[in-house]
Design a protein around this ligand. Structure first.
Ligand code: ADP
Ligand code: MG
Length: 597
């Protein structure tokens, strides 16, 4: 084929793909426009995950009648005048691409009235062509209705994900913006069901409570403004105390100058701020808003504007890390292990203590003592020497005890509130209390679920758990399978669940944490039902197993080790990590310079 210039109608549909990747990206662009227009109320409605209908209604400035048609032309924007303006962008939009792209791949209706005009405008565009343009009466503000997205781009339509997946993406976007813009009252309705309502009072804490529920919402700590006072970089937001953490970094949200962005480095700054304060492989919950002078950040680096580039990335990194660290450390009750050079005053005031006590999960029958404050330090220090100096790591020498089974063990004690120390016929054994308990729980739940004999423990007080809309959607899909693994929960209201029973094997575990972990299970990871169950069980065990940092009595340790002995795979946890490390007597002897024991 010879080289030809594409007709404008084809070219714009191709370009549209960059901005309008999926229904969620339409919602994002329209929401940004409504925020740029100074709205204090934004209502979002979708049908079929946005595939057939996306409707966004705002009470912003509206578009002047003479400019409505122009707004739908490519590169038409009221937000930039000269190339210089690109250097310091203070609005969410600036490319003038969204409306034209959306209108070229859907049937779009715009009804709007500018605050300074008496008559409004109704413009209808199908596949990029204006089909009607009339004058109408309406209050000032704008309503954008996008129907039949990608109806004229079959290739794109074929690749659209399920309505549920789209709703989840839309929710994860709208809930975050609702928190970042607390003065704007948001609602979101999917297929007639309301999933989000933020009060718009200007108090972000109220939004957090309405989205995350009282448990997580109330526990989040406010990053005080004084940590970045008098600096050009301002860091604000909410971060979880060290007692609350999640299995992945998906709970870390970053806003830069009012825009939600994905920034690996700043995400890492937040994780770093929790260094040594969280158990291994656990991640903080954080909602951090960074404000820098518009000239110090380039937002024009990514088609979806979801990445930014800083003029001085290191300074921003340090500001975020310091503000978050200071917030967390000032609240952390006990310093278990700190990075070099830092001194930390344990916060002793009564209010902190009461609040932390209130965070301890309260329901369920207690099989182990409560988690000691401060949770798990990452480095214990005590055993590190043996590992590095003596080459005693489990992999470095053959296991002298044959096969899977454990030798008879005598419990000696506990070290670093993390490992059980035991004596066996060939030497010293260290058992990871969390990994061991995970293995025990896992095998009981798996065999119970397989044989239908799983005992359930009804909760005396059924627990009400509220989750953010995207997680709630995911959890709802998982509810039927949850029953099979002993978790009895039902939908109780929008994004709210009632937990009636948990597997009897589980000790003290908070339903809220458990459900949040379960919502993270990738349902699409396997189509096989038993695989899903297995994956659910693994998440449940991980959450319910006794933690590092928990003090155990000799009897409790003895029972745990006996239970471990009875499992089919006592040497690894369900995630494949070792539960037990052996240090043969002759190695100990060698380290003491005693030849040949
Ligand atoms: P951009 O946001 O990059 O300027 P868009 O294509 O998204 O480009 O929008 C084009 C223009 O239409 C905007 O610059 C703005 O002037 C106007 N506009 C779009 N949506 C709204 C809205 N909800 N309220 C008021 N004006 C709007
Ligand atoms: Mg825009």
């Amino acid at each position: 084929m010879p080289i030809r210039l594409l007709p404008e109608s084809v070219a714009s549909r191709i370009a549209a793909g960059e901005v309008v990747e999926r229904p969620a990206s339409v919602v994002k662009e329209l929401l940004e426009n409504s925020l740029d227009a100074g709205s204090t109320r934004i209502d979002i409605e979708t049908q079929d995950g946005g595939a057939t209908l996306i409707r966004i209604h705002d009470n912003g400035t509206g578009i002047p009648a003479a400019e409505v048609a122009l707004a739908f032309r490519r590169h038409a924007t009221s937000k930039l005048e000269t190339a210089d303006d690109l250097e310091a962008i203070a609005t969410l939009g600036f490319r003038g691409e969204a409306l034209s792209s959306i209108a070229s791949v859907s049937r779009t209706t715009c009804v709007t009235r500018h605050t300074s005009e008496t008559a409004g405008t109704r413009l209808r565009i199908e596949g990029g062509e204006i089909v009607s343009h009339t004058s109408v009466g309406r209050p000032s503000g704008t309503e954008l209705i996008v129907e039949d997205l990608f109806y004229n781009v079959p290739a794109r339509r074929k690749f659209m994900r399920s309505a549920q997946t789209e709703r989840r993406h839309i929710d994860s976007f709208t809930t975050r913006y609702a928190i970042a813009y607390p003065s704007v009252a948001f609602t979101a309705v999917h297929d007639g069901r309301e999933v989000l309502r933020s009060p718009g009072t200007g108090d972000p804490r109220e939004v957090l409570l309405s989205i995350y529920g009282t448990d997580l919402g109330a526990s989040l700590l406010t990053v005080p403004e004084d940590y970045t006072a008098d600096q050009p970089i301002e860091v604000r937001g909410f971060v979880a105390p060290t007692t609350v953490h999640r299995a992945n970094r998906g709970y870390i949200t970053l806003f830069i100058n009012g825009r939600w962005v994905e920034d690996l480095r700043l995400t890492y700054a937040i994780i770093q701020a929790y260094h040594t304060l969280l158990p291994v492989n656990r991640f903080p919950v954080a909602f951090v808003l960074v404000t820098v002078p518009p000239g110090d950040v380039d937002v024009n680096v990514h088609p979806a504007k979801s990445e930014v580039r800083f003029r001085d990335a290191d300074t921003v990194f340090r500001a975020v890390q310091r503000a978050v660290r200071a917030t967390v450390v000032n609240e952390a009750p006990v310093a278990s292990s700190w990075s070099a050079g830092e001194t930390v005053e344990p916060a002793g005031d009564a209010s902190t203590r009461t609040r932390l006590a209130a965070l301890q999960p309260s329901q369920g029958h207690i099989t182990f003592p409560p988690i000691t404050r401060g949770e798990a330090p990452q480095a214990s220090g005590l055993l590190v020497g043996a590992n590095s100096a003596g080459g005693l790591a489990p992999s470095s020498r053959p296991q002298s005890t044959s096969g899977q089974f454990l030798p008879p063990l005598r419990i000696v004690g506990q070290v670093a509130t993390m490992f059980i120390v035991a004596e066996g016929p060939d030497g010293l054994y260290l058992i990871d209390q969390h990994a061991a308990h995970e293995r025990v729980l896992y095998e009981r739940l798996v065999s119970g679920a397989a044989t239908g004999t799983l005992a359930r423990q009804p909760l005396l007080d059924p627990e009400i758990v509220t989750l953010p809309a995207d997680e709630a959607g995911r959890l709802e899909e998982l509810l039927p399978s949850l029953g099979d693994v002993g978790v009895e929960a039902e939908v109780f209201g929008p994004n709210t669940f009632l937990v009636r029973a948990l597997p009897a094997e589980l000790g003290m575990v908070s339903s809220a944490d458990l459900l949040a972990d379960i919502a993270a299970v990738q349902q699409s990871s396997s189509p096989i039902r038993s695989h899903l169950e297995e994956s659910l069980i693994r998440h449940i065990c991980k959450r319910a197993a006794i933690k590092a940092g928990q003090v155990l009595s000799l009897q409790e340790m003895d029972r745990l080790v006996k239970d471990l002995e009875r499992t089919g795979n006592p040497r690894t946890c369900p995630h494949g990590r070792p539960t037990i490390v052996e240090i043969p007597t002759e190695d100990l002897a060698r380290r003491f310079g005693r030849p040949g024991v």
